[in-house]
Design a protein around this ligand. Sequence first.
Ligand SMILES: N[C@@H](CCC(=O)N[C@@H](CS)C(=O)NCC(=O)O)C(=O)O
Length: 205
Amino acid sequence: MVTLYYHPGACSLAAHIALEWIGEPYGAREVQFGDKEYLKINPAGAVPALDTGEGWILTQDAAILRYLARRFPQAGLEIQGSAREEAEADRWSFFITGDLHPAFFPLFVPNRYTRAREKEAFDDIREAAKALAHKKFALIEAHLSGRRFFLGEKRSYLDAYVFPMERWAQKLLDDGLSQFPAVRAHHDMMAADPAVQAVLAAEGA
Ligand SMILES: N[C@@H](CCC(=O)N[C@@H](CS)C(=O)NCC(=O)O)C(=O)O
């Protein structure tokens, strides 16, 4: 059985949703940031981490999502198609990992982005992060327009992957998702999904 290490509402929510969609028994352990014991699981201290139940641990959200999709193909979350279709999926997975998700880091931990310790400095960094996240969501908006799921008509692990960031944007950006109707529609579709609701309730997020 696989076990997911997560923090409520964090990016680990994506893998948690994927596990719920897959429907096989799994474990889920809540982690507090800064927990020294957790460094034995993931020396980077970050969630998610997945104990594969096979004697090895996998970290990195995108890798975990793809691994789960491939390990449990019956759930239909994996992306299998032409070289172009798989490359498109990679493109968006890497965009979420490398562009969208990190845009939020300074919003959550501004102290890591300056040596100043004044509230004004943190506020300034948070504002810059919001502007950056806004720019990234404009790209997601253009992609999602006319698409129900992230890759069109078929649900994939990318739908789970983008959802935590959609929630953060909804809560933390000054105008939420109001400038991004397609992202908002995707967020609302995900939020209405019974499996997603079960995971949010389990995490208390
Ligand atoms: N590149 C990593 C980033 C993971 C990450 O930064 N997770 C955040 C939560 S969304 C975290 O654990 N932050 C705690 C920390 O950085 O100390 C991934 O995609 O898995």
